[in-house]
Design a protein around this ligand. Structure first.
Ligand code: IMP
Length: 423
């Protein structure tokens, strides 16, 4: 058996949670491989909305095992809150949730460092979710981090104290106004660690290899999007992990040869939350309509998302970096009612027309070149069959498939599990 990957191709918030939830019945194991509680994966079914941050989106299906991989960073406090919510919905997570011993922990002081670093940057801030993601990955690569497996050692609190003390002096070094009560934060943290310790820790790479030998099917669930990748995204306005396909290999310990399908998820338009370049961003009524109709507010931070037309230059780049084999187009319903639509097919970059995603995509260097499309007036949200889709939507889809040379297998027409059209 192979491991299939599901990845966001834009700046995150593409709707990965919904699709994982829809696909879970085809898989035995759902595994998160990078990121942490900066993610907010939204699932809607039976008239209820659920937001997951660190726990894989297969958790609502009884038969799937949900694995938090070594590449993920875990904040025990947020994790505990997620578990508490699941308990109120009678989800038996003890049976279906396993955690890699090699996953790193986000400490309260990592969050403080994130806040201090952002505050010190002023206007140049990344727009981080302030969940401590960057500082935790810095400690991981700096070989100072605390891992889930350390919690099984007697002296882990000594290691914790030494690292937290170091972090406190680093926070002071930033010399910014930051109010906090570390004692309170630590009480909450240690309580949450006790809950975490009651879950099943595993050597996840061994577990997954055995699962593959046993012919189990595995879906690796990406977080954030390709344009937020630490190497290939719009650096430095990115997150601190590899959000692209390669991240699934390092974040789970699976070989590239084990990868099967690569599902690439994109919105029918583009959004971005936080700072950083966004060539097709709209500042007009169209952008405002996308934001309002699409309810474009961050699932983790509640911030408004910036909106713009679909950017095929960026999407093509993401498809290449990830080796996407199937595309899934989300939120097509949000574009209903636009008289005409635009898709960016090339950039004018320093006086030249280019079709690749260049080193620097700051707006002052880039003028997007657009192709116009006829819009559609029909409400798509009740549609459940490809044959009922409006002609102009089909023309939009056909164009994208031809340009990207990858089939669009799913068109999502609403947030609910049921509002999913397979092609
Ligand atoms: P961080 O990962 O919280 O440090 O945030 C870095 C950048 O990535 C900021 O612009 C965030 O808004 C963005 N970001 C992080 N996680 C997500 C996500 O799950 N969806 C969308 N944007 C995200």
């Amino acid at each position: 058996m192979a491991v299939d990957l599901l990845l966001g191709l834009q700046w995150g918030d593409e709707g990965k949670g919904k699709i994982v939830d829809v696909l879970t019945s085809n898989y035995n194991i759902i595994a998160r491989f990078q990121g942490g509680p900066n993610a907010g994966h939204t699932l809607v079914f039976n008239g209820m909305k659920h937001v997951l941050h660190t726990i894989p989106s297969g958790i609502f299906h009884e038969d799937a095992v949900n694995l938090v991989g070594n590449g993920v960073v875990i904040d025990p406090v947020i994790f505990k809150n997620e578990l508490d919510k699941l308990a109120t919905q009678n989800v038996d997570y003890r049976k279906s949730l396993v955690i890699s011993r090699k996953a790193h922990l986000i400490l309260p002081t990592h969050r403080l460092l994130d806040a201090a670093s952002e505050a010190s940057k002023g206007k140049a801030k990344i727009g981080s979710t302030l969940k401590g993601i960057g500082p935790t990955y810095m400690d991981k690569t700096g070989r100072n981090g605390i891992r889930v497996g350390d919690l099984e050692l007697d002296n882990w609190k000594d290691k914790y104290r030494a690292l937290a003390n170091k972090h406190e002096s680093m926070v002071n070094f930033y010399n910014v106004d930051l109010e906090y009560n570390l004692e309170e934060l630590e009480t909450e943290f240690f309580e949450a660690v006790d809950v975490l310790k009651s879950l099943k820790f595993i050597d996840s790479e061994e577990y997954l290899h055995q699962a593959l030998r046993d012919q189990k099917s595995i879906l690796a669930e990406g977080a954030q999007g390709s344009l937020l990748d630490i190497d290939f995204g719009t650096y430095p306005f990115v997150t601190s992990s590899n959000t692209t396909a390669a991240g699934a290999c390092t974040g789970l310990g699976i070989a590239p040869t084990s990868i099967g399908e690569v599902f690439g998820i994109f919105k029918a338009y583009t959004t971005r939350v936080g700072s950083g370049p966004f060539p097709t961003e709209l500042f007009d009524e169209d952008g405002e309509t996308m934001g309002r109709v699409g309810q474009e507010f961050g699932a983790t931070t509640g911030r408004s998302r910036r909106c713009g037309w679909l950017d095929l230059v960026a999407l093509r780049y993401a498809c290449q970096v990830n080796g996407v084999t199937q595309l899934m187009m989300m939120k097509a319903d949000v574009l209903s009612g636009f008289k005409s639509l635009k898709v960016c097919t090339a950039y004018k970059y320093k006086g030249e027309i280019i079709q690749h995603f260049p080193y620097n995509v700051e707006v002052e260097n880039i003028t997007p070149i657009y192709t116009d499309f006829e819009g559609w007036a029909e409400d798509l949200t009740e549609m459940d069959n490809e044959s009922t889709l409006p002609k102009s939507l089909n023309a939009y889809i056909d164009f994208l498939e031809k340009e990207l040379e990858i089939p669009i297998k799913v068109v999502s027409v609403g947030p609910d599990r049921k509002q999913t059209i397979f092609r």
